[in-house]
Design a binder for this molecule. Structure first.
Ligand code: ZN
Length: 511
């Protein structure tokens, strides 16, 4: 006879149910685990032995302990099975009555002294148990508040193995840490607001268009021209997270072990990794794979400053998440898919010396460039062609004049919430058209259905194709921008004025 207890593991950010089966066979002492178990699980023997003995229980020596983790097709890793394996050994060896475990599932890592340690991803695992209408789950005390967010399943916490047994056998309430409830209104005020920005009328408008159509955006400007300042306000222009989106972001934070207040995440993420970020740090990696910045930015904004300094390989790898909204990480034994639907905004200096990229002092006082022609050409070549082409919006930033710093009236005072209302209405128009996804994803072949053009706008677009070096891909990007600009002014058809503005946002990236 063997003993079985339910637990779970992560598959991407979602939880999967795993059945832990333990059998004790009188034989020479050994510990065998089957069922696609990773290194973390195979190392569990010493943790479990010490935890049992230090908690006053007996480790069944002179037994072959056979552990099977089902389903065998799911790759499993981490220390999450320490607790269910230890509990199953106690039940199977007759130290705790088997009947006590009826309707219980368990997950948690054991320390050598028997304490229970927090595990990542409890939200996803407990959700999976709730989906099959499982009754009760025991988790480490520090996971209790996450587990209780799920609702519809009894979730109890324990600090150590002895307390875990007490909760299960005596039906006590157990312990847990409940972080203080966050004041949502106060929390939202922490996000920087667009109303702090003076001047920059073009960049503000570009941010609004980027937010409405999810258009990737590149800002080119000298240091101090406000690129980071503006980028950090982009997330505040997006509509509030929906319930489903909030759940996805909360699960990602849980899996990555990010600190978070109690309750679901309500704010859109804003991630700004340093330009020295590795490929794995940006895309995700390791064994087992852990999510990278593209996943941490899911449903929010990914800001890449000093864009040309990021390795070419990392930049090329952005293609998959930008097109698919997810990223699949494959290692020899693991393949995991993580969500990665984000709005990309990048910034770069016009030249490596930090000047304006111009040989002479510009009208607005931009610093004179000290770079040689060759240095400048090499720098720009790093982001040329296909990479640059991935940005629907490319604007040049100027150091703003002293006078505009003192502008206290006018449209500069508009707050993020004012703009986000227009953004939401524009997105709603796309939804009401029956369009799948955002304007960024519009295809050329679908243009008559989703992006009808006024006659002058059509003529304008034809001329752009004839005069300039715009390929079909370039024209498609122009059309997508035109669609969003028309949506922002609540227009059904794209007019010439929309196309003219769209073209003005497709600058070469530097002047
Ligand atoms: Zn320079």
């Amino acid at each position: 006879m063997s003993f079985r207890l339910l637990s779970g593991n992560l598959d991407g950010i979602d939880g999967r149910i795993v059945e832990v089966e333990v059998d004790l066979i009188p034989a020479l002492s050994s510990f065998v685990i089957s069922g696609l178990a990773g290194q973390g699980i195979r190392e569990s023997r010493e943790r479990i032995r010490s935890a049992l003995e230090n908690s006053g229980y007996r480790y069944p020596d002179r037994h072959r302990i056979v552990i099977n983790l089902a389903p065998a097709t799911l790759q499993k890793d981490g220390a999450v099975f320490d607790l269910p394996i230890a509990l199953s050994i106690l039940a199977e060896s007759g130290q705790v009555p088997k009947e006590a475990f009826k309707n219980w599932a368990a997950l948690g890592e054991l320390a050598l002294d028997g304490r229970l340690r927090k595990v990542p991803g409890s939200l996803g695992i407990v959700s999976a148990l709730r989906r099959v209408k499982h009754e009760s789950v025991l988790v480490p005390a520090e996971n209790r508040s996450d587990a209780r967010q799920v609702g519809g399943i009894r979730a109890e916490g324990a600090c150590d193995l002895r307390e875990a047994i007490a909760v299960i056998v005596e039906g006590g309430a157990g312990t847990g840490f409940d972080p203080p409830e966050m004041d949502t209104v106060a929390g939202q005020k922490l996000a920087p607001d667009l109303s702090d920005v003076r001047g920059h009328a073009v960049a503000r408008r570009a941010l609004e268009i980027a937010a409405a159509g999810e258009h990737p955006m590149l800002m080119v400007g000298p240091p101090g021209s406000g690129k980071s300042y503006l980028a950090s306000r982009l997330a505040s222009l997006l509509p509030p997270l929906t319930g489903q989106e909030s759940l996805e972001v909360t699960q990602i934070h849980d899996v990555c072990g990010l600190h978070r207040e109690s309750g679901p995440v309500r704010q859109r993420p804003f991630r700004s990794p340093h330009h020295s970020v590795t490929w794995a740090g940006l895309i995700g990696g390791g064994s087992p794979p852990v999510p990278g910045e593209v996943t941490l930015a899911h449903r929010g904004v990914l800001f890449l400053d000093e864009f040309p300094e990021i390795s070419r390989r990392s930049l090329e790898a952005l293609r998959e998440p930008l097109e698919m909204g997810e990223v699949t990480l494959s290692r020899s034994r693991f393949a995991r898919t993580y969500p990665a639907h984000f709005l990309l905004i990048a910034a770069m200096n016009p030249c490596p010396c930090g000047g304006s990229g111009r040989l002479r002092r510009s009208a607005t006082g931009g610093m004179r460039c000290r770079c040689s022609t060759a240095t400048l050409a090499a720098y720009r070549a790093r982001v040329s062609g296909p990479l640059l082409d991935r940005f629907d919006i490319r604007i040049t930033m100027e150091t703003i004049s002293g006078a505009s710093l003192f502008e206290e009236d006018g449209p500069d005072q508009e707050s993020s919430s004012d703009v986000s209302v227009r953004v939401e209405l524009a997105r709603e128009r796309a939804f009401l058209r029956g369009q799948q996804g955002s304007n960024r994803q519009l295809q050329w072949k679908d243009r008559q259905r989703w992006a009808p053009l006024g006659s002058r706008a059509k003529k304008f677009l034809i001329e752009c194709g004839e005069q300039g070096d715009l390929s079909t891909r370039g024209l498609t990007r122009l059309l997508r921008l035109g669609r969003t600009i028309a949506d922002l002014r609540a227009g059904n058809r794209i007019e010439e004025v929309d196309m003219i503005e769209a073209l003005s946002l497709r600058g070469p990236g530097w002047s």
